[in-house]
Design a protein around this ligand. Sequence first.
Ligand code: DAT
Ligand code: MG
Length: 139
Amino acid sequence: MQETLFIVKPDGVKRGLVGEVLRRIERRGFKLTRLEMRQADKAILARHYEDLLEKPFYHQIERYMMEGPLVVGTFYGPDAVKTWRKTMGVTNPAEADMGTIRADFAMGPDENGDMRNVVHGSDSVESAEREINIWFGEG
Ligand code: DAT
Ligand code: MG
């Protein structure tokens, strides 16, 4: 069993896709363990996306992820991390396989270059542990 962290990003919340995302988690048989609506700030994003801080597009990630409330949660089940990454599709929705969340509900970078891809998922068991601690840990 594994636990992973997912986020319905601000575009997903704004577009009413929270239920759709939760449906895909639950109907697969995964068990939700945490669920919260939050407003991200620069500090939590800097921890969450610490690997991307030096990227030229980091300011776009900040703007996108802070433009409204997001929904962050965790679920567990067999191979949860990899299965969720497959369910989301690859980072750029324009390149994601049909049937994935990112392909079904997004179209790729917008006119500002923001990669509006609706959802997040931890990319490894280690990242999941790290991210769960960032969003739901003590400090
Ligand atoms: P993923 O979310 O698939 O794990 P990532 O960790 O490489 O992808 O990047 C995190 C987020 O940063 C991604 O969901 C959207 C944004 N992003 C990635 N590459 C980008 C780019 N070239 N331009 C703008 N935003 C980008
Ligand atoms: Mg990532």
